[in-house]
Structures are given as structure tokens and as C-alpha cells.
Ligand binder design. Structure first.
Ligand code: SF4
Ligand code: SF4
Length: 150
């Protein structure tokens, strides 16, 4: 199963349309909304984890772009909050790239951002939400977002 996180920006003309419902129905995708925001210009911003066959995800992204949604991959903005992480190791079993691993013999859980592809699996599996999606380096930089949830 292919999993990635994307930032979607919806122009205000289409924020009331069921685009995400259509995406799920047409392309057989699962999704998790990780963050949502309304920007000052009434544009909508979603940080969305998509899961499915890669061809379906690619077709779904093409559909979003056809509808006028701006799509950006979020691979570089996964970070770990080391104060929250209590080294349980749950994320290491699910990480497909080895970006999260257990260092022996001290059993420390290591996060290597250079190996992270932004699939987002660790974000949902971590019991204390220590793995985070950061909006700081994305479109919010230039958009002055408000009302962030999640
Ligand atoms: S699942 Fe969360 S708390 Fe456990 S090791 Fe991974 S990041 Fe740390
Ligand atoms: S650390 Fe691993 S599980 Fe987490 S987003 Fe990166 S590649 Fe995916």
C-alpha cells in the first residue's frame, strides 16, 4: 500500500464542493486529515494522508489538480518532538524506509529525516503524537494562516 502526506490548498470558489468525497469514491483511497486551516483569503488548507495503490493516488492527485486544488508533497516536514517521544519503538516496525530504527545495544529510537519519504504512517501510529507534520516550511509561510486544527 502506498502512503504519502500532501498539503492541499483549495481556492475559495471550490471550498464548498465534495472534492475529497469524490477522491475517495472514484479512486478507492483512504485518507486521514492531519491538519486543517482557513486562510485569510477564505482559501482552505488541508494536510491529508492518502493511502491506496500508487496508480490510484497518482490519478487522484491529477483529479485534484484538475479541480483547481494546489497539491504539494510534504516529505520534508515530518519532525519528531523529542520531549514527547518516550522511546517505545512502536513507530520503528511500521516505518517502510528505516528512517525510524532501534539503535543497539542501548535500544534508543533513532529518527533519520534524510531517509523519511513523508508517508505519515508514524504520525498516526505514535501513541503520544511525537511524530508531527509541520506547516512551518510550507504554504503557511506566505499565507498567514488562521484557525488551524489538528
Ligand atoms: S511511536 Fe512515538 S513515542 Fe514511540 S518511539 Fe516512536 S516517536 Fe517515540
Ligand atoms: S519516519 Fe518513516 S513512517 Fe514516518 S513519515 Fe518518514 S518514512 Fe514514513
Amino acid at each position: 500500500m502506498y502512503t504519502r502526506i500532501y498539503v492541499l490548498k483549495f481556492p475559495k470558489q471550490i471550498t464548498d464542493q465534495p472534492i475529497i468525497c469524490n477522491l475517495v469514491k472514484k479512486y478507492d483511497l483512504e485518507f486521514n486529515i492531519l491538519k486543517a486551516a482557513i486562510l485569510l483569503q477564505q482559501e482552505g488548507l488541508l494536510v491529508l494522508q492518502l493511502k491506496g495503490y500508487k496508480t490510484n493516488v497518482d490519478q487522484g492527485l491529477a483529479y485534484l489538480r484538475q479541480q483547481g486544488v494546489q497539491v504539494e508533497s510534504l516529505a520534508s516536514t515530518i519532525r519528531r518532538d523529542d520531549e514527547k517521544c518516550y522511546q517505545c519503538g512502536a513507530c520503528t516496525g511500521i516505518c517502510p524506509t528505516g528512517a525510524l530504527s532501534i539503535h543497539r545495544p542501548d535500544m534508543a529510537v533513532i529518527f533519520d529525516p534524510d531517509r523519511c519519504t513523508g508517508c505519515g504512517l508514524c504520525v498516526t501510529v505514535c501513541p503520544v503524537r511525537a511524530m508531527e507534520v509541520s506547516l512551518n516550511q510550507t504554504v503557511l509561510n506566505s499565507q498567514a494562516g488562521t484557525a488551524i486544527a489538528g
